[in-house]
Design a protein around this ligand. Structure first.
Ligand code: SF4
Length: 334
């Protein structure tokens, strides 16, 4: 399905036609133009011939049914993975990709091994949400939140990401509240600064993953460009402008960034900030081993002792390689 081309095809139609089509595609979640009986038959036939609604995807479901991973293939054959996470609370979250591959080179991340293949368009990002919205329709539930934490650094594709955010938020389309949309960055300072001035109050998540520049630089090449001190300066300014809490992601890797000293160091950096920390267990991608559950809990308690708001993030989809840092595609992207 190509929403941009469909929009262009309707440019000469009266404005109410666009509203009818938006409702059909993004609220009623139709998969066949024949279902849109409010449109004249001639227009339905034209749309069906020239703007098919299919999405090419293969899915994998985790053993506990809580996670569905979809491998989506675009018109040029390039592929991304996108993940649906079903929370116990009933909320359904889609984790979208914003690039095919990623050039940022984080050593714990499977996507990094692909390098940058290309950026996604806004429509290709939205398509990932639409795919799962259609899947959930039969259960009479909707996508409640979207996180930009899949393949690729979102701020390397800033314009397309923000355009997709507006489509997801548009009350005539998905109608997802801005506070239920989160963008995660490895720490592109210019992106954080731009986001602070956007009109939609989406959430910011920052992948920190280390408590000092030496460790961060080893596992995240961006840590050699921007120090943690500089990153925190920009985040402090973001919080000052937006008054919104920042979420820090911290992936615990055995023997790399998970010692008591690291926790104490991290606590000193984050103490007093309007933030929360998500501790994430490393999902095997070959290079490292995961921190023990006992040490994860201890790390958490040390942060709490420092006055930092902290939680351990539930591991979605580990058995289908749909968990954090495990997304990567090979075939068709080479
Ligand atoms: S962790 Fe994120 S920024 Fe780093 S290589 Fe993977 S996708 Fe890119």
């Amino acid at each position: 399905m190509d929403w941009k081309r469909t929009r262009e095809a309707l440019a000469d139609e009266p404005a109410y036609r666009m509203r009818q089509v938006k409702k059909a595609l993004f609220v009623d979640l139709i998969e066949n133009w024949e279902e849109v009986t409010v449109l004249p038959k001639v227009l339905r036939d034209k749309l069906a011939t020239e703007y098919p609604l299919g999405i090419t995807a293969k899915t994998l479901v985790s053993s506990d049914n809580a996670t569905v991973k979809a491998l989506i293939t675009f018109d040029d054959g390039k592929q991304v993975e996108t993940v649906l996470m079903r929370h116990n609370s009933g909320r359904n979250t889609v984790c979208v990709s914003s690039l095919v591959g990623c050039p940022m080179g984080c050593t714990f991340c499977a996507t990094a091994s692909m390098g940058l293949v290309r950026k996604l368009t806004a429509d290709e990002i939205v398509l990932q949400v639409l795919f799962f919205a259609r899947l959930l329709k039969s259960e009479k539930v909707r996508v409640g939140s979207v996180v930009y934490m899949g393949m690729g650094e979102p701020f390397l594709n800033y314009e397309a990401v923000m355009e997709s955010v507006h489509i997801l938020h548009d009350p005539e389309m998905f109608g997802i509240g801005a506070r239920h949309i989160s963008i995660s960055t490895c720490g592109i300072l210019e992106g954080i600064q731009r986001l602070a001035n956007e009109d939609l109050p989406v959430n910011l998540a920052v992948s920190l993953h280390a408590s000092n520049d030496v460790v961060r630089g080893e596992i995240m090449p961006i840590g050699r460009t921007y120090s943690i001190e500089k990153l925190m300066e920009v985040i402090d300014e973001y919080v000052r402008v937006t008054k919104r809490k920042v979420m820090f992601e911290y992936l615990l890797v055995d023997g790399v960034n998970d010692t008591d000293d690291h926790a104490i160091e991290l606590g000193k950096i984050l103490k007093g900030k309007l933030c929360m920390v998500n501790l994430i267990s490393y999902n095997p991608t070959g290079k490292y081993t995961a921190t023990s559950e006992k040490q994860i809990n201890h790390f958490k308690s040390l942060l709490e002792r420092a006055g930092v708001d902290v939680a351990i993030r539930y591991r979605f989809g580990r058995d289908i390689e749909g968990a954090c840092g495990q997304l990567a595609t090979r075939k068709s992207n080479e």
